[in-house]
Design a protein around this ligand. Structure first.
Ligand code: GLY
Length: 252
């Protein structure tokens, strides 16, 4: 049961963050509205939300998911893969030490939490442009010490593993074509989205509710048939910065 989330407000300079999306310059007023609606939706599902202020020096810092991994019994503070994001993790460590035992990734290992998919006791660690093999090795070793099983997965497409694959309960992954036949995921049922709606793979299960990005009608109707409550949220400005629903919170 998820009871807590940590979020961080997007700062006025959030548009200076990293992006490859090519969808135009995002609007600050609009992302603040979208972020507020996201926080509100988490609270409406009964979560206690710790809301952090923007970090002026780190325009991508509202993507809090990348700077830590929170397992049931440990939080692992990462070293983000992008040099411009290294340092975001410090203030999260201060918050998380009240909730979990803390472990840390050590350089030259790098890990972005967006590459880490938790399915119960099992973790899939994407090795990507951001999470390197050394970071994945260290994370796997730490999580194994706490009784978790880890499997690495090559991410050859998209920014992070969870840009393309997310667990939606009932042994089911919501995925894009890029991971439909990935051998590490062979024991899961899959819902594979069309190319046009692949962005909706970054949907987020909060207990018995699925948060889904607004604007993907086929994904929406498919997910409504799962029996979960489904909430659509507009994240157009987040998408312009290569982010999505999961990136904007740490959930535990
Ligand atoms: N803008 C999110 C990232 O590239 O890390």
């Amino acid at each position: 049961m998820i009871t807590h989330a940590i979020t961080r407000k997007p700062g006025p300079n959030f548009a200076d963050g990293l992006t490859t999306a090519g969808l135009g310059r995002p609007d600050h007023g609009l992302i603040v509205q979208q972020h507020d609606a996201y926080v509100c939706a988490l609270k409406n599902r009964g979560l206690f939300v710790i809301e952090l202020d923007a970090l002026d020096a780190y325009p991508d810092a509202y993507f809090v998911e990348d700077a830590a991994i929170v397992a049931p019994d440990v939080a692992v503070i990462t070293i983000p893969g992008a040099p411009s994001r290294r340092g975001e993790q410090q203030s999260l460590e201060e918050i998380l030490q009240a909730h979990r035992k803390i472990e840390r990734i050590a350089y030259p290992g790098t890990v972005d939490g967006g590459d880490v998919l938790m399915v119960g006791n099992r973790f899939f660690i994407g090795v990507s442009a951001r999470t390197n093999a050394e970071g994945a090795r260290q994370l796997g070793e730490i999580l194994a010490r706490y009784g978790h099983t880890c499997t690495t997965v090559a991410v050859k497409h998209g920014l992070h593993l969870k840009s393309d694959v997310n667990y939606i309960g009932n042994n089911t992954l919501l995925t894009t074509f890029a991971f439909e036949t990935t051998s590490e995921f062979q024991n899961f049922k899959k819902i594979t989205l069309s190319k046009q709606e692949s962005y909706a793979a970054n949907s987020m299960l909060i207990n018995d509710c699925l948060f889904v990005p607004e604007g993907y009608p086929d994904a929406l109707s498919t997910l409504q048939r799962t029996g979960y409550d489904v909430i659509e949220l507009d994240v157009s400005e987040v998408r312009k910065m290569d982010g999505g629903l999961t990136c904007m919170s740490l959930r535990y």
